[in-house]
Design a protein around this ligand. Structure first.
Ligand code: MN
Length: 244
């Protein structure tokens, strides 16, 4: 670990300001709940704005680990597909930046945690594909875009026995919130699926070697009411301390 306190880089999420003082303005932001969760876990979050390819290595040198946050859809061109009906807002430049950060961090053995869009981008970074819109997907699916409050548990996730995720939470099953209309389709070969919703949708995955875990729910949004959800941020920070 390069820093005395683990520095967790959180890539910027781009969005177009809908209202406020500057409607239509392109913005880059980090949701406060992520920085709160990282700080509560003993890490120091920093913001990584969209960078030119030449600056990616510099950004990676500054951080001990990476937290890839939730956000808009992943551009389907990133996994070689055409846009289908139901695809939401996407920002290709942001995808390119975050994919480069993920691949670079992995090559350096720096721990990575992907949340919601983050698990999807991790999958795409290593050759996986996505369901562009669950509403257009076949099968008997449960509701993954809950109408309940942000922190409210909505559906079950079964964790694979002995997996890193099961060890982190020290239980076989979690109740999680759910705010995604995209999901993993083909899972990249470097990942094992270690968390599943009852309809088969992938909710957790992990790779061998250095810490690289993705979850489809939003633990940062549950932390205030369910402190155990901070365990996954503690695991990320601890992996940075251990240098794996
Ligand atoms: Mn879900």
């Amino acid at each position: 670990m390069a820093n005395s306190v683990p520095v967790i880089g959180i890539p910027a999420t781009m969005f177009v300001e809908a209202g406020g003082w500057w409607p239509g303005m392109m913005r880059a932001a980090v949701t406060q709940a992520y920085t709160d969760a990282v700080q509560a876990a003993g890490g120091a979050p920093i913001f990584l704005p969209i960078a030119q390819p030449g600056e990616i290595a510099l950004q990676l040198r500054l951080v001990d680990g990476l937290l890839v946050p939730g956000g808009p859809d992943v551009s389907p061109q990133c996994y070689g597909e055409e846009p289908s009906a139901g695809l939401g807002e996407f920002f290709y430049d942001m995808d390119v930046h975050q994919l480069a950060l993920i691949r670079g961090a992995r090559a350096l053995g720096k721990p990575i945690l992907g949340i919601c869009r983050g698990i999807q981008l991790l999958n795409v970074a290593f050759g996986g594909t996505l369901i562009q819109d669950l509403a257009h997907a076949s099968g008997d699916l449960i509701q993954h875009t809950q109408k309940g409050l942000r922190h409210a548990p909505s559906h079950a996730v079964d964790l694979q026995e002995g997996s890193r995720l099961a060890r982190i939470f020290n239980r076989p099953r979690l109740m999680v919130n759910s705010f995604h209309h995209q999901a993993l389709k083909q899972v990249a070969s470097c990942f094992s699926v270690t968390g599943k919703a009852r309809d088969g949708i992938v909710e957790g995955m992990e790779a061998d070697g250095s810490f690289m875990i993705g979850v489809q729910w939003h633990p940062e949004g549950m932390v205030p009411q369910a402190p155990e959800m901070n365990l996954i941020f503690q695991a990320l920070v601890q992996a940075c301390v251990e240098g794996s």
